[in-house]
Design a protein around this ligand. Sequence first.
Ligand SMILES: [Zn+2]
Length: 68
Amino acid sequence: MPNPKQRHNKSRRNRRRSGQIKNKITPKKLQKCPKCGAFVLPHRVCPECGYYKGREMVNVLKVKKNKK
Ligand SMILES: [Zn+2]
């Protein structure tokens, strides 16, 4: 049975992982909200104005009031 003689050290493991797409650390992709220009995650309602697909989905002012 093929068996590794020695364990790979942390730096070698991390070097390997840094090249893999699955484990790659990539900055989060952000899009600008067309309504208010804030950075928003794609396919998500804008947390600033509550708009998605050109319509108001969430009344942000109401939600903010309820939080307080
Ligand atoms: Zn917005």
